[in-house]
Design a protein around this ligand. Structure first.
Ligand SMILES: CC(C)(COP(=O)(O)OP(=O)(O)OC[C@H]1O[C@@H](n2cnc3c(N)ncnc32)[C@H](O)[C@@H]1OP(=O)(O)O)[C@@H](O)C(=O)NCCC(=O)NCCS
Length: 157
């Protein structure tokens, strides 16, 4: 199989955010615009195209929250998601942040595997978050997405 060559760089504010990609992880354009405005974005670029994106915002007490991570369908499973998370981990350490926080649904099995493989620990569960905040039922892996699991990784600073 051909090796995937890509670079990860900050998304500068002259480049249009990759909305189609961001919307695969979050259906709300309004929320996406809010966190793009408040946060920092990094993109993976291959052959001049954006194939992956991650966005984080600062929280209180030296923490950050990862608000969105998405890799284009045809490039998934090749390590780009892990590379994006490792990249922002280094950025956050350099900036002196103490902890990274990410939320995901109880049905997002692949994402839960990925985050725990990278050292995130489940911290708490917001029961019924998706039932209370989304009008249509969400199913993944034949499981209804009801609860938000909050995972955290200490940056040991
Ligand atoms: C989540 C997402 C960003 C991951 O990106 P990716 O480039 O495919 O991820 P990687 O290839 O770096 O790593 C995926 C890892 O998760 C693990 N994984 C995925 N699905 C799994 C499953 N069902 N069971 C166990 N492990 C699984 C794999 O083991 C893999 O690690 P490995 O290759 O070292 O074995 C991508 O799937 C995506 O864009 N999904 C749609 C948007 C989304 O749901 N975003 C997150 C919510 S904000």
């Amino acid at each position: 199989m051909e090796e995937l060559i890509y670079q990860i760089t900050p998304l500068d504010n002259t480049t249009l955010p990759p909305y189609a990609l961001l919307e695969t992880a979050d259906p709300s354009r309004e929320l996406i615009d809010q966190y793009l405005e408040k946060g920092e974005s990094y993109v993976a670029i291959s052959n001049g195209s954006i194939i992956g994106v991650v966005v984080f915002i600062p929280l209180e007490a030296h923490n950050i929250e990862i608000k969105n991570i998405a890799v284009a369908d045809q490039f998934q499973g090749k390590g780009v998601g892990k590379a994006l998370l490792r990249c922002i981990e280094e950025v956050c350490k350099k900036k002196g942040f103490h902890k990274m926080v990410i939320g995901t649904g109880n049905s997002s099995i692949g994402q839960l595997a990925l985050y725990q493989q990278l050292g995130f620990e489940i911290e708490r569960i917001e029961k019924n978050f998706f039932l209370d905040n989304y009008s249509a039922p969400i199913f993944e892996n034949k499981i209804q997405c009801k609860h938000m699991l909050i995972l955290e990784k200490n940056l040991n600073i």
